[in-house]
Design a protein around this ligand. Structure first.
Ligand code: CO
Length: 134
């Protein structure tokens, strides 16, 4: 079921500083900041040859990552995203295996305009998992 690692998302307290670290010190291709108001984040995409890193910073008052940054002042890994071919089939298989799907269980449009679901970190070794239909 599980496909490619689509991205690793890292919440950062200073988006410009984090982008500069990846661009200038690691030599990665780094996008300009992209505001995603409907998701409450500003993101910088770091392109790697085999996947992406998404640097996330809170945007607006109700950002879903504000509390994370409150608990982790220097930032930290927020989630990993795996690609799936059929998100409903993947969800149903996960539910049958006892994994918990966050929210109402229906896929939402994610930061890349594709259907996504998030899986409970307690079912995945303490790691928030996003699955994205590609
Ligand atoms: Co993501």
């Amino acid at each position: 079921m599980i496909g490619r690692l689509n991205h690793v998302a890292i919440v950062v307290p200073d988006l410009d500083a984090a982008a500069a670290r990846y661009r200038d010190d690691l030599g990665a291709t780094v996008s300009d900041p992209v505001e995603l108001p409907e998701h409450g984040v500003t993101t910088v995409f770091v392109e790697l040859s085999n996947t992406k890193i998404e640097l996330l910073h809170p945007l607006g008052h109700d950002s879903p990552i504000a509390a994370f940054l409150g608990r982790n002042a220097s930032g930290g890994m927020h989630h990993v995203c795996f690609e799936v071919d059929d998100i409903h089939a993947a969800r149903d298989q996960l539910l049958r295996s006892g994994a918990r799907v966050l929210g109402d269980g229906e896929p939402k449009t994610g930061a890349h305009g594709k259907p996504v679901l998030f899986l409970h970190p307690k079912d995945f070794s303490g790691t928030l998992i996003e699955i994205e239909q590609v």
